[in-house]
Design a protein around this ligand. Structure first.
Ligand SMILES: CC(C)(COP(=O)(O)OP(=O)(O)OC[C@H]1O[C@@H](n2cnc3c(N)ncnc32)[C@H](O)[C@@H]1OP(=O)(O)O)[C@@H](O)C(=O)NCCC(=O)NCCS
Length: 161
């Protein structure tokens, strides 16, 4: 081959190799654009904030401090509870037809889904432990949550992508 073509040939070969490797590393499903959604609603009175075991199992110290500081602590605990359940559902719904990622079921403690306050004033979810592992397995890179409470009810929605 003409010596002057050696450089471009090498460059094209390198590019082809890069593209092939990108294609091979791409997931088989269009996971990049998938979105998971979760919602939960609770009667505020069903969240037993007078049970220290329940509180310790499910709420971090920072969450407890925050909720007790709110005008309606019971509603704030219930809202965070809803957000935690909504996050579990959103993670599971990212790929509804993939294998189950959240295998602990309804007896598992939810302290590993921490709902804290962002600087903007909106809540955000920080995942730890087994929930973080499940989210990673599902390919979750980002979660958004929204909480509301009125009268007897609290509700939250979560979106995972
Ligand atoms: C998955 C989970 C969040 C569902 O919560 P729930 O309170 O039982 O369910 P809700 O009444 O809010 O909603 C029921 C609907 O959720 C949906 N759902 C059930 N499991 C789901 C999952 N893994 N992902 C997404 N949606 C789910 C179903 O459609 C169900 O309705 P259906 O039974 O009529 O089909 C719950 O089972 C769970 O695992 N929670 C985490 C651990 C926990 O709660 N620990 C308690 C510590 S005391």
């Amino acid at each position: 081959m003409n010596d002057s073509l050696e450089g471009p040939k090498y460059a094209l070969g390198y590019l082809a190799q890069q593209q092939a490797s990108e294609l091979l590393n791409k997931p088989l499903s269009p996971s990049k654009d998938s979105i998971g959604v979760g919602v939960d609603i609770e009667l505020i009175q069903d969240i037993n904030i007078n049970n220290p075991t329940f509180i310790e199992r499910n709420f971090t110290t920072a969450e407890q401090t925050y909720c007790w500081s709110r005008p309606n602590a019971h509603a704030s605990f219930a809202g965070k509870w809803c957000a935690k359940e909504a996050v579990i559902k959103a993670v599971s719904s990212l790929h509804p037809d993939w294998e189950k990622v959240w295998v602990r079921g309804s007896a598992a403690p939810l302290v590993d889904v921490e709902i804290s306050m962002g600087v903007s004033g909106a809540p955000k979810a920080v995942l730890n432990g087994e929930v973080a592992e499940a989210a990673e397995k599902a390919g979750v890179s980002e979660i958004k949550v929204s909480i509301s409470h009125i009268d007897a009810f609290a509700i939250a929605t979560a979106i995972a992508k």
